[in-house]
Design a protein around this ligand. Structure first.
Ligand SMILES: NC(=O)c1ccc[n+]([C@@H]2O[C@H](COP(=O)([O-])OP(=O)(O)OC[C@H]3O[C@@H](n4cnc5c(N)ncnc54)[C@H](OP(=O)(O)O)[C@@H]3O)[C@@H](O)[C@H]2O)c1
Length: 254
């Protein structure tokens, strides 16, 4: 027996990683899913592990371009949207001057501009339906990140925007700002980040998603998932930057 459908939730970046676990958990909560990604084969795999794949919808658009955001939004015109999970994102690892400028600008477009664009356009529906937004930020947004400087900037921007929005929308739309540390998904392979770094802090994706949905059930909030990520967050807070940044530079150097 399935629960009555509660309305539709758009999950961006649903073709694997965190997106897969968001899809599984939100389906269990009775939502119809709009699974966004770019990779048709991986999206199909995600759809196939869901309990009722036929009830959900798959949309493929490139979020680094304004056109992709607009086309995605056009497809949602007739949907009863009750939730938005701004999850799509990627990073580029390496020295700033060594990494292509277009790729770094795309990090800003996908990780920061697209979430703002989608949220702004969907807010009337989300407000009407007493809905929610989950913004998948990162602990990389809590401190400058040598050799991943643009990614850290995008996530710092996302966290600040999301937290301000949470206060503005209080009582109308629930907002979760999810700030995980390392987790074993496709993220490192795509960013080119070396394996192993920060491994002690690694937390399974299912725990990350569980914590974010728990925060949502409590009305929204800033969520650092699991004790390992909370340890990392604690270190970011207590170690002075003049000490932490040179250590980070040494540790993260490619
Ligand atoms: N894993 C971690 O350690 C970690 C830690 C903190 C925060 N995060 C954040 O968590 C979120 C999810 O990442 P993940 O770890 O699950 O990594 P992932 O497995 O690489 O998933 C990233 C998702 O984003 C989509 N995406 C990437 N670039 C896109 C673009 N230009 N246009 C449209 N979609 C795009 C991908 O779609 P396709 O594959 O279909 O192209 C994929 O579905 C990201 O925002 C990431 O910054 C991850």
């Amino acid at each position: 027996m399935t629960k009555a459908m509660k309305g539709s939730v758009l999950i961006t970046g649903a073709s694997g990683g965190f997106g897969l676990y968001f899809a599984k958990e939100l389906e269990k909560q009775g939502y119809r899913l709009i699974l966004h990604g770019r990779d048709a084969a991986r999206l199909k795999l995600v759809q196939d592990v869901l309990i009722h794949p036929e009830k959900h919808r798959v949309l493929m658009y490139e979020l680094s371009a304004r056109k992709g955001n607009d086309q995605l939004l056009e497809c949602l015109a007739k949907e009863r949207i009750v939730g938005l999970v701004n999850n799509a994102g990627f990073g580029v690892w390496g020295g700033f001057e060594m990494c292509e400028s277009v790729a770094q600008l795309d990090v800003l477009r996908v990780d920061l501009v697209a979430p703002i664009t989608l949220a702004h356009a969907l807010l009337p529906k989300l407000k009407k339906n007493n809905g929610f937004i989950i913004n998948v930020s990162s602990l990389a947004g809590e401190m400058p990140m040598p050799y991943m400087s643009t990614y850290g900037s995008a996530k710092a921007g996302l966290t600040f925007w999301s937290e301000a929005l949470r206060l503005e929308l209080h009582g109308k739309v629930k907002v979760v700002t999810l700030a995980p540390g390392p987790s074993p998904t496709g993220f490192r392979d795509i960013s080119g980040a070396p394996k192993g770094k920060g491994g002690w802090f690694s937390t399974p994706p299912e725990k990350v998603i569980e914590a974010s949905l728990q925060t949502l059930s409590q009305g929204g909030g800033y969520c650092v998932p699991g004790w390992r990520h909370q340890c990392l967050w604690g270190l970011q807070k207590i170690i002075p930057r003049c000490v932490a940044l040179p250590l980070l530079k040494y540790y993260l150097k490619p």
